[in-house]
Structure formats: structure tokens, C-alpha cells
Design a protein around this ligand. Structure first.
Ligand SMILES: [Mn+2]
Length: 334
């Protein structure tokens, strides 16, 4: 038995022995983090567990199409006193935010299982279900349910949630993390009545009129290095708030435009965060030999070889200079 299989069985034992389960995902949750947690939440409910979900923040509004908001940022964990804690899609302990910092004694005492697929994950707890061959945590959740002979728990809603995370982490089967297994699982989720077309429309095709206008203004501001290998844009908060667009939409500009520019090896999008100051930088590599997660780990971020990010409390101009210094040598080689 592999250590992954052993951890999955150990998860099942822990769930079986628990009455109360607390689910957590990473700060600034992304779609995969949200939907993998929600799918698991529904499965726990079907097992008649008392289950609660926590994150420092509420999920972005646009995630709430296929599942209600179940997050309780102000939950008193001590009072809830879970028997088991499970984290989803978090690549490191620091990604559990203030929830972990303020309750670390409880996390230390309780059974705590980490479910993730990030290559940068340092196996940060005792029970780790980490499979970097999975496109997404949602794909891994399917694997776990299949290993435990629990696919009968996947109703149409759970299937839709898992499809959501697979589509958003693979950029609808476009990114290199899409494997034959990813497609087989997606096919299986369609058989289980997951709503495929709706997911693609809601998260990839649909654009508000305001977002179309914002994209128009951003297109005029894109920059490139002389050789065209690095293409990037810096976006100030006032620009997107002028169009009443929330920060969660900004990164789509990267997939929809920047990364598709001919000759581009690394596409980058830097934007000021809505609250608390600071900036976030998302990077995409179009080349197998250019690992953008290297740069991001250096800057205390995370991600994968071809898609990574970091956030800093720095001034937007300062970061631009720092990151270019690190990136130029990387792209020079290819
Ligand atoms: Mn993910």
C-alpha cells in the first residue's frame, strides 16, 4: 500500500470516529479551494456528521452559484470543539491565515488532515493527502471518494462542484496539469449529472458589460520586454474600482489575454488588493523549462511550475523591479 493510500484510509478512520468535523481552506480562497471544501462538506452531511467550515474571510459572491455560503469566519473553534480538522487546497500552514494563528493550540491537539495538490506543499502536518499529479484538489477529492468506494455519495450537486474546481484549475482542460485521468474523472462527473455547460459559461465565457469595458482599457496598458518573452500589466485599484469590478475578476485577464500573446514565455499580472493594502502578482509560464513557482516561493508565495502567485505589502513599482530582476535570467535560457 502506498503512503497516499494509507493516508486516505487513515482519513476514513478519523472521519468514522468523529462526530464534529471542521473544514478549512486557504486564505484568499480560489474556486478549487472553495468547491473542494463544499463537496466534502456535503459528503460529511450525508454521513450525518456535524460539520462546519471556516476561513478568515467569506467566499467571493461569484462562487456562490452552485453552493450556499457555509463559511463562518467568526466561528468559536474552541467552543465548537471539533474532533477532526481537514484543510483543502492549502499549500502551507501560513495559508490558513489568522484562523490558524489564533487557534494553533487546537490544531496541534486535534486530528488534522491536509488535502492538497500543490507541488510547493511542504507536507506540513502529520496526515497529508497530497497528490501533485492531480490537476486540482477537486480531482483529488474524487480519487479519495473512489478509493473509499464512496462515489455513490456524488449526487448531481457534488458532481457539479467537483467539475467547477477541475475546470477552474485546468483552465477548462487547457493547462498542462490536465491528464487523461482528469478527463476520465470529468467524464464520470458528467455521467453523475454534473452541470458542465453551466460551469463553463459561468466561470469562463460570461462577462459583465463593465468587465468588457475594463478589459478594453487594460488592453491599452499591457507591456512587454524587448524580446517579447515577458508580457505584463500592473493594475491600480482605482482602475478596476472605476468599473465597479471586484479584485477576484482581475486575474482572468491573465488567462483570457496576456498568456495568449504570441512569443510570450511568462505572463504576469500585478494588481493592488482591495483591502489591507499590498499587491498580488499572478504568473503563468508557457514553457516547461520556466518554473514560475521558483520565483514565487522566493517571495513567500506558492503555486505550480506553470502557474504561481504571491502577495506582498509592498509598493506596486517596487515589486515590478524586484520580480523582473528574478525573471529575466529565467526566460533568457529558453
Ligand atoms: Mn487548487
Amino acid at each position: 500500500m502506498s503512503s497516499l493510500e494509507a493516508s486516505i484510509i487513515s482519513l476514513w478512520t478519523k472521519i468514522h470516529l468523529s462526530k464534529k468535523i471542521l473544514l478549512i481552506n486557504h486564505i484568499r480562497m480560489d474556486p478549487d479551494a472553495f468547491w473542494s471544501l463544499c463537496a466534502f462538506y456535503m459528503v460529511c452531511k450525508k454521513l450525518w456528521k456535524e460539520v462546519k467550515a471556516i476561513n478568515d474571510e467569506k467566499p467571493p459572491e461569484n462562487f456562490l452559484l452552485f453552493h450556499d455560503d457555509i463559511f463562518e469566519p467568526h466561528l468559536n473553534i474552541k467552543k465548537f470543539n471539533p474532533d477532526l480538522i481537514i484543510s483543502f487546497d492549502a499549500g502551507g500552514i501560513e495559508q490558513l491565515g489568522k484562523t490558524y494563528i489564533n487557534n494553533n493550540d487546537i490544531f496541534d491537539k486535534k486530528d488534522f488532515v491536509v488535502i492538497d495538490h500543490h507541488i510547493t506543499n511542504p507536507w506540513f502536518w502529520k496526515t497529508n493527502i497530497i497528490d501533485v499529479s492531480c490537476s486540482s484538489t477537486c480531482e483529488l477529492i474524487y480519487d479519495i471518494l473512489e478509493d473509499l468506494s464512496m462515489t455513490h455519495m456524488i449526487d448531481s450537486q457534488v458532481a457539479t462542484l467537483l467539475l467547477c474546481g477541475i475546470h477552474t484549475d485546468t483552465n477548462t482542460f487547457y493547462n498542462k496539469n490536465t491528464t487523461p485521468k482528469t478527463l476520465r474523472i470529468a467524464a464520470r462527473l458528467l455521467e453523475l449529472w454534473g452541470h458542465n455547460k453551466e460551469v463553463i459559461f459561468q466561470f469562463f465565457r460570461k462577462k459583465s458589460f463593465e468587465r468588457a469595458k475594463l478589459w478594453g482599457s487594460l488592453l491599452k496598458k499591457i507591456k512587454k520586454t524587448r524580446d517579447g518573452k515577458i508580457v505584463w500589466i500592473s493594475i491600480h485599484k482605482r482602475v478596476y474600482s472605476h468599473f465597479s469590478i471586484g479584485e477576484q475578476w482581475i486575474k482572468w485577464f491573465l488567462n483570457e489575454f496576456l498568456a495568449n500573446i504570441e512569443g510570450c514565455v511568462v505572463a504576469m499580472l500585478l494588481y493592488e488588493l482591495e483591502e489591507g493594502g499590498g499587491v498580488k502578482w499572478s504568473l503563468r509560464s508557457n514553457h516547461d523549462d520556466v518554473d514560475v513557482s521558483e520565483v514565487c516561493v522566493d517571495m513567500w508565495g506558492g503555486g505550480h511550475k506553470l502557474a504561481a502567485w504571491f502577495a506582498k505589502q509592498w509598493d506596486i513599482k517596487h515589486i515590478e523591479g524586484e520580480i523582473m530582476k528574478k525573471l529575466r535570467p529565467l526566460v533568457k535560457r529558453v
